[in-house]
Design a protein around this ligand. Structure first.
Ligand SMILES: CC(C)(COP(=O)(O)OP(=O)(O)OC[C@H]1O[C@@H](n2cnc3c(N)ncnc32)[C@H](O)[C@@H]1OP(=O)(O)O)[C@@H](O)C(=O)NCCC(=O)NCCS
Length: 466
């Protein structure tokens, strides 16, 4: 049994909004485990529909409508909930809970993508053997179809890696099981199984796709190794990128990709996947659309921007950086009308626990603590919240995960920061495909909110119309 007693104790005491229902892991396959949970969730949804459809869970204010729908309780997303103060919980488990409970790779310590994916999809903690089995399945399905290889190889090296990733993921829909079954005419009750099949294939193929883009853009002509059937998803990804010998970087990527995999439903990429999926577009098309949302600088591109910004700070103030020099640089950024990348958040109102987890990873490695770029991130964290508070605009003056993520990659030699959002893209698939599977299993409808013109909103507001 993988779970240690302390982990079990903390797990059994976890309950968030009363949504956690978890049994200890069995030896069932991922699909069988999901199949077992589906009737429970369907019954729960039915109860909500019949007993609470007319209950209000908050008003829609004009401020919500013209303010990017902030705070509007308008989505069902079962795998994670983001609390403004304490951060993310995956089926009720905080990041430290997951670090205690979720299986790592053989010989490793960090959570791996497979155990996080299992938790997200089923609400249950997998056993080490179930996790290994999923790793084997992903490795076996991980090779790219040759038409996608040729497509990616034909793209100009100057095309942003995120654009290439979105194109590659969309092209994978050539082999969509969902689409083929839909054309033949399948029952609604079968939607989820084909969505799951596509989703697992998608997750399995992301490392080969993302690594091919990296090699084409930054290391043209270098041979891509084959997928190793004995490695986990991220172990293979690091290997395909050419960093398989660096165990510390591989472990870092495992942690980063797992804890970044899901951040409830309202963030732009997750919401996009959900919206597009609600039209019954297959998981490849839905996730491709999500990737183009992730490619925006206010969302996933922030990790690239953080590094650009920190490096230009380093260039300007030199390696012996003082708090005063950082403060001055922060003010210069703000006065020029730019945002401080890696700080602020649409929901969080405290330092992001994902940032804390990445900082703790650095603190466990003396080599990282001595790295100038990582020291700079740490010192910036000591100064930036004070400056942002004084600046007085952002509702959250604290760092988000991106304040730290790219700098660690940079230290380990993965210095091509235009590529960093692609790694985020490999990660965020975990949460997005989970929701796609569950949206089909629960029969969630086409998403279609009501919109109004400026004039109509003003009239509605004046009349106080419900
Ligand atoms: C993440 C982010 C987009 C959230 O936006 P938001 O929900 O609108 O944030 P707030 O409500 O706190 O914004 C209020 C104001 O503070 C500003 N603000 C927010 N974060 C800021 C930052 N890091 N630096 C400077 N100003 C910031 C906003 O631009 C906005 O200004 P405006 O009134 O002139 O439009 C925003 O904090 C940001 O741009 N951060 C930097 C980019 C980043 O790190 N993104 C990754 C997110 S995980």
């Amino acid at each position: 049994m993988f779970l240690r007693t302390s982990a079990l104790k903390s797990l059994s005491s976890v309950s968030h909004f009363g949504i956690v229902s978890r049994r200890l892991a069995s030896n069932k396959s991922l699909k069988d485990t999901i199949e077992e949970v589906i009737p429970v969730k369907q019954a729960h949804l039915k109860k909500l529909k019949t007993e609470y459809s007319d209950a209000s869970i908050g008003d829609v204010k004009v401020g919500n409508v013209i303010g990017g729908m902030r705070g509007l309780r308008a989505m069902l997303w079962d795998s994670s909930v983001l609390d403004p103060e304490e951060g993310i919980r995956f089926h009720g488990l905080s990041i430290p809970d997951c670090q205690k409970a979720l299986p790592a790779a053989p010989g490793g310590k960090e959570i791996i993508a497979e155990s996080m994916l299992w938790l997200l999809l089923t609400g249950q903690v997998p056993s080490a053997e179930q996790t290994r089995e999923l790793s084997r399945e992903l490795a076996q399905k991980g090779t790219l179809p040759s038409h996608v290889e040729s497509l990616i190889d034909s793209l100009p090296r100057t095309l942003h890696p995120m654009t290439q990733l979105g194109i590659g993921v969309a092209a994978l829909n050539h082999d969509s099981s969902f689409q083929a079954a839909y054309e033949k005419g399948m029952k609604k009750s079968e939607y989820w199984t084909h969505t799951l099949e596509d989703s697992i294939n998608l997750v399995a193929r992301l490392p080969a796709l993302a690594a091919r883009i990296y090699r084409n853009v930054y290391k043209p002509g270098t041979p891509l190794p084959e997928i190793d059937p004995d490695l986990d998803l991220v172990g293979n990804y690091a290997r395909l990128l050419g960093y398989g010998d660096n165990q510390d970087l591989t472990e870092y990527l495992r942690l980063y990709i797992s804890i970044h995999g899901d951040h409830e439903g309202g963030n732009a990429s997750a919401h996009t996947a959900h919206l597009v999926g609600s039209t019954l577009s297959d998981p490849y098309l839905s996730y491709s659309a999500a990737l183009f949302a992730l490619a925006g600088p206010l969302h996933g591109l922030a990790n690239q921007e953080v590094l650009r910004w920190q490096l230009s700070m380093l260039k300007e103030v030199g390696e012996e950086v003082s708090h005063d020099a950082i403060r001055e640089y922060l003010w210069k950024t703000l006065k020029s009308g730019q945002v401080v990348p890696g700080y602020g958040h649409g929901v969080l109102r405290n330092p992001d626990p994902r940032f804390i987890a990445l900082q703790e990873f650095c603190e466990s490695k003396p080599e990282l603590l001595n790295s100038p770029i990582i020291q700079l991130v740490k010192k910036t964290y000591e100064v930036a919240p004070g400056v942002l508070k004084e600046h007085g605009k952002t509702k959250n003056p604290y760092p988000n995960v991106d304040a730290a993520s790219g700098c660690v990659l940079y230290h380990y030699g993965l210095t091509e920061f235009k590529y960093y959002t692609v790694i985020f893209g490999v990660s965020r698939a975990l949460g997005c495909i989970t929701q796609l599977v569950w949206a089909r299993a629960l029969g969630l409808p086409l998403e279609r909110p009501k919109s109004y013109s400026l004039e109509a909103i003003e009239q509605l507001a004046k009349s106080g119309s419900p």
